[in-house]
Design a protein around this ligand. Structure first.
Ligand code: ATR
Length: 291
């Protein structure tokens, strides 16, 4: 069983000259709670290490990754807008990243090779399970967005046997996602709200509704939803996004993005810091306190 010491909040972080280092690459990155989460786990397990935010512009992504490697980092998480660039940069992709066409976790191997993983989808499904949400075996899910997170979530939900439809402002991007994941349906961005009645699950995988994002007020109409629709958002700042607030107003079951953040992070932590971390109420409370 994993050892999970209790009195961790008072434990100081250990950062010696041998500290293991990792971080999160994003633009912007100030919203990310990954540093709060990973540094909490580092304290909890008494690991000599640190995890830092790394604000990097798209045009500097590759230079930044090479620099981190040169500086002895173990790897990094990758968030908006770098997930597809990270996929192209990795020397080796694990099966989830191959399938998702995106990478959210980079592992720098000692021989200089870069391994890419995609843990968003697995994290999303683990979060759904942890919240006790169960969907019909051959249920239908509609994903908003066609970026890296969408690809990863779509692949993981397909593995669960769900039929997936995707809608995106830029339809060409949704079409290319459908080309990678056979069986995926593309729905026009202009009409998805009206067609919501046919779905069991709606997932926002875009940054719409995110504080500081392109449209923090994003509150689509859920008038056409059936009463069984589960509404999920991968945005977790704010915890109650306008989309989730709208769903609650309709009496629909909701799933916020925090659970996915916590669960997707476990794999990277294990790779960089050599410990499988627990996701429990204390973990959630620590990250929530930073929101
Ligand atoms: P990630 O890899 O984390 O999914 P991404 O690849 O940058 O990040 O994707 C962001 C998603 O948010 C995309 O689906 C994007 O739509 P476009 O492909 O049309 O750009 C979506 N998005 C971002 N800003 C948006 C906006 N103002 N309106 C609609 N969709 C938006």
């Amino acid at each position: 069983m994993t050892k999970t010491p209790d009195s961790v909040s008072s434990k100081p972080q250990i950062i010696t000259g041998k500290a293991r280092l990792a971080g999160v690459l994003g633009w912007p990155v100030s919203h990310s709670r990954s540093p709060a989460l990973h540094n909490y786990w580092l304290r909890r397990y008494g690991i000599d290490g640190a995890y830092v935010p790394l604000p990097v512009k798209p045009e500097q992504f590759e230079a930044a990754v090479r620099g981190l490697q040169a500086a002895g980092f173990r790897g990094a998480n990758v968030t908006i807008p770098h997930k597809e660039a990270a996929c192209a940069l990795a020397d080796e992709l694990d099966p989830s990243a191959q399938r998702a066409g995106a990478v959210n976790t980079l592992v720098f191997e000692e021989d200089g090779r870069i391994r890419g993983l995609s843990t968003d989808g697995e994290g999303f499904v683990a979060s759904m399970d942890a919240s006790g949400i169960s969907l019909p075996a051959s249920g239908r899910a509609l994903l908003l967005g066609a970026g890296g997170a969408a690809r990863s979530v779509a692949a993981a939900l397909q593995d669960r046997g769900l039929h997936i439809a995707v809608t995106n402002r830029t339809q060409a991007r949704a079409d290319s996602l459908a080309a990678v994941l056979p069986g995926l349906e593309v729905v026009p961005w202009e009409t998805w709200e009206a067609g919501l009645g046919g779905y069991d699950l709606l997932v926002n995988t875009t940054s719409l509704g995110m504080e500081g994002g392109p449209d923090p007020m994003f509150r689509p109409s859920l008038k056409a939803a059936s009463h069984k629709l589960v509404v999920a958002d991968i945005v977790y700042v704010p915890r109650l996004t306008p989309l989730l607030a709208e769903a609650e107003q309709h009496g629909l079951k909701t799933l916020g993005g925090l659970g996915m953040l916590l669960h997707q992070a476990r794999l990277g932590f294990r790779e960089w810091f050599g410990q499988d971390p627990v996701v429990d109420a204390k973990t959630e409370a620590t990250v929530t306190a930073s929101l």
